[in-house]
Design a binder for this molecule. Structure first.
Ligand code: 13P
Length: 251
């Protein structure tokens, strides 16, 4: 039985002061809410402050990225070990915004995920096609290529140490959501690919999140799909009412 995970990716929003306010408000709203794992991924500088607040709440802490090295002369980078030290349990890797704006490659995703695992955390591995791929009927091929380029190359892949997140690029921040049918098709394909790369027990236990304009009004239908195990939420995670609305829709 896969536990639903609702994760907020705050992206480049919310410094320490605003992060504390937001996470406190989410935490208060979670009173009495059970049956779903909740994760917030604030910017690096807000992690220690948020970590202090979440102590009393059923909320886990995650980072949006990490370095593909463990230490050394890499100005501006933050290692997986450091993230673990400030309380992170998850790290998002390979977000389409990292692929697009920072030219990150499959080789660096493999290194990052291995380092996240070595630091005792879980990786959330993002993948998904662009609009031109979908229009050209190549969505499945892109998803297959992105998953196969990384997952079999990892030192370890288990349902405990890795969560997958299908985020069709055309649905991110656009207000345009994949229909539940479209999303379910890709999630089902992803699970079959994981079964092929590893085995069917691993595939059955692996959580696959959907991300892309998820909001309270569409979360229920999406998460009700057989192979959708939660959401990776951007814009709607910046407002406690919206984020709580998604969590409640998922229950
Ligand atoms: P939006 O929910 O703003 O579309 O962002 C999705 C996302 O990129 C989460 O990682």
């Amino acid at each position: 039985m896969r536990k639903t995970l609702i994760a907020g990716n705050w992206k480049l929003n919310k410094g320490p002061k605003e992060s504390v306010k937001l996470v406190r408000s989410i935490g208060m709203g979670l009173h009495g809410v059970d049956g779903c794992e909740v994760l917030v991924c604030p910017p690096y500088v807000s992690l220690p402050a948020v970590n202090e607040i979440i102590n009393g709440f059923p909320i886990a802490l995650g980072a949006q990225n990490c370095a593909d090295h463990c230490d050394g002369a890499y100005t501006g980078e933050i290692s997986a070990e450091m993230l673990s030290e400030v309380g992170c349990k998850y790290v998002i890797v390979a977000h389409s915004e990292r692929r697009e704006h920072y030219q990150e490659t499959d080789a660096s995703f493999i290194d990052k995920i291995n380092l996240v695992h070595a630091a005792g955390m879980r990786a959330i591995f993002c993948y998904g096609e662009k609009i031109e791929d979908r229009r050209a009927g190549r969505a499945e091929e892109i998803v297959r290529t992105q998953l196969q380029a990384v997952l079999p190359q990892l030192d370890s892949f288990t349902p405990e140490n890795t969560v997958l997140a299908y985020e069709p690029v055309w649905a991110i921040g656009t207000g345009e959501t994949a229909t539940p049918e479209m999303a379910q098709d890709i999630h089902n394909l992803s699970r079959n690919l994981v079964a092929g790369m590893f085995d069917s027990n691993i595939a059955e236990a692996t959580r696959i999140l959907y991300g892309g304009s998820m909001k309270p009004s569409n979360a229920k239908e999406l998460i009700a799909c057989a192979d959708i195990d939660g959401g990776l939420v951007g814009g709607a995670s910046l407002d406690s009412d919206n984020f709580l609305g998604i969590i409640k829709a998922a229950l």
